[in-house]
Design a protein around this ligand. Sequence first.
Ligand code: NAI
Length: 216
Amino acid sequence: MSKSLVSSPVIKRLPRYYRFLGDLESQGIVRISSRELSQRMGLTASQIRQDLNCFGGFGQQGYGYNVSELREAIRDILGVNAGNKAILIGAGNLGRAVTAHIDFPKRGFELIGIFDSDPDKIGKTMSGISISNVNTLEEFCSKNEPVCAIFCIPKDAAAKLAPKLIASGVKGFWNFSHYDFKPDDDVVVENVHLADSLMTLAYGLNNYSEDSAEKK
Ligand code: NAI
């Protein structure tokens, strides 16, 4: 799978631009200068220009950005309209929270299946989708061709299922499990680890100084 030419920090900022522009749009704001956008977002105007220039640049000197046009362009860059078919594995506490709180269609995905190995869960529904037996996963994949899998399962289970899903054509993983994909798996992986984020906060607090906080 070819890697994106745009750096990962830039890509990670795009959803935030998209969210801010959506807020501006709902406030009826039609255009915004890069200076004002930068003040609202806590970035520098030059950072915003540099980020958007990675995609050909938007906005005009003296006019700024047309809010809906820029939002639409970022939506297309992100592929939020793509309707990528996704399956979720692990209908436990985390799986339930993810399906209840994430608006998949709004983020570019269509959740088409949920799988678990627990006989007590199989056949029940979660967010309107019937939970299927994980033994039927490969058959389901060959019939429905999901491109993305969401891992809400323990590490060992993820280690066993990842190669099968990759062989079945899954190209992207939203990985909440503590399984580490290997570089030669040749798939797109977005790891989400709440504990890592908390430890990053611990580092920030450990290195907090009044001086650096005032400069922000
Ligand atoms: P849970 O025990 O409530 O749910 C796990 C579910 O996975 C159960 O329904 C179980 O039957 C199912 N499962 C186990 N092996 C399976 C397999 N081979 N195939 C299909 N389904 C299988 O646990 P919870 O709280 O939902 O957490 C799930 C995993 O996510 C845990 O291993 C935990 O370490 C991890 N986790 C990660 C977080 C993060 O920030 N990345 C946060 C919370 C949990």
